[in-house]
Design a protein. Sequence first.
Length: 73
Amino acid sequence: MKKVSVIATVLNEGDNIRSLLDSLIYQTRQPDEVVICDGGSTDNTLEILAEYTQWLPLMVVEQPGSNISQGRN
């Protein structure tokens, strides 16, 4: 079976990140891994991500100061 990976870059997405993660949970085939690269959020993004580790195979990479291009590499 093929693996499904989801990779996203975020920065201060506390108001939006739940909709992304909820949509992944309710897919007919959940991803095998979810990698979130955080560019140094100062809101509640990291706390929300921590909540979702119980439902998703979530790995958070914290890279303060990184941008979208760096996060995707």
